[in-house]
Ligand binder design. Structure first.
Ligand code: SF4
Length: 234
């Protein structure tokens, strides 16, 4: 990560105002102009990842696309990643936690996610994010305002002062319906778990299916009160 922000919070706020009514593709074009090659897209291979990989492959396929492979993802998620990187000419990179799942169990006890999900996410997601943002000025995410109350104030451009990067969130104003309309219109591969009651998908032990119409992220860390993994909104 850079030690200083590439643009000031005031500049980011002005840019966010300018881009608020612009399309997701325009937001990505501006981000590429301003920040490439110090620009990275992180992917969890949910439906937003499908949209952003498709868009970036047309705008600037040379942007780094990073996956945090916790070792605990669904088989369908790995298959979706494979389909996307086979179809699109993106610069894909997998980042894994320092400890394998077995090593983590040996060091911290089995099924840490049940006793200390924040600690587990810190090792398996947040530390890899630090690695992904090393030397980067800007980070593209698939956050949407309507996913949860923790995300409802997301802007298309924000600064993450703690990490020293600009967050670029081209889909901030998209609805769930917008995402699906785009995927269907362009015939983009997507995670099939979305068709089986999983509007939001993370690691297997911490993701449950939800009833139709429930908030998108209610199936994540169900019943624990935890709503974010520590990458966003903290
Ligand atoms: S989502 Fe669950 S299993 Fe995955 S890193 Fe976080 S606590 Fe661990």
């Amino acid at each position: 990560m850079s030690t200083t922000l590439p643009i000031s919070p005031a500049e980011a706020a002005r840019l966010a105002d300018d881009l608020e009514s612009r399309s997701a593709e325009d937001v990505l074009r501006v981000a590429v102009e301003l920040f490439h090659p110090r620009l990275v897209l992180t992917c969890s291979w949910q439906k937003q990842s499908s949209v952003l990989v498709h868009m970036l492959s047309e705008i600037q396929p040379d942007v780094r696309v990073v996956e945090f492979d916790t070792g605990l993802l669904f088989r369908e998620t790995y298959e979706t990643r494979q389909k996307l990187i086979e179809r699109y000419p993106v610069r894909f990179q997998r980042i894994e936690p320092e400890l394998s799942v077995a090593e983590q169990a040996a060091k911290h006890g089995d099924r840490l996610w049940e006793r200390d999900p924040d600690g587990c996410c810190a090792m398996r997601k947040v530390a890899p994010l630090r690695q992904a943002l090393e030397g980067m000025d800007a980070w593209i995410t698939g956050i949407r305002r309507d996913q949860s109350t923790t995300r409802e104030s997301a802007r298309k451009i924000e600064v993450d002062e703690r990490r020293g990067v600009v967050k670029v969130q081209p889909l901030a104003d998209w609805t769930n319906r917008d995402v699906w309309r785009y995927i269907w219109r362009h015939g983009i591969p997507y995670n099939p778990l979305h068709d089986h009651g999983y509007p939001s998908i993370g690691c297997v032990p911490c993701t449950a299916s939800v009833d139709s119409g429930a908030d998108e992220r209610t199936g994540r860390w169900k019943g624990t009160g935890k709503v974010e993994c520590g990458l966003h909104g903290d």
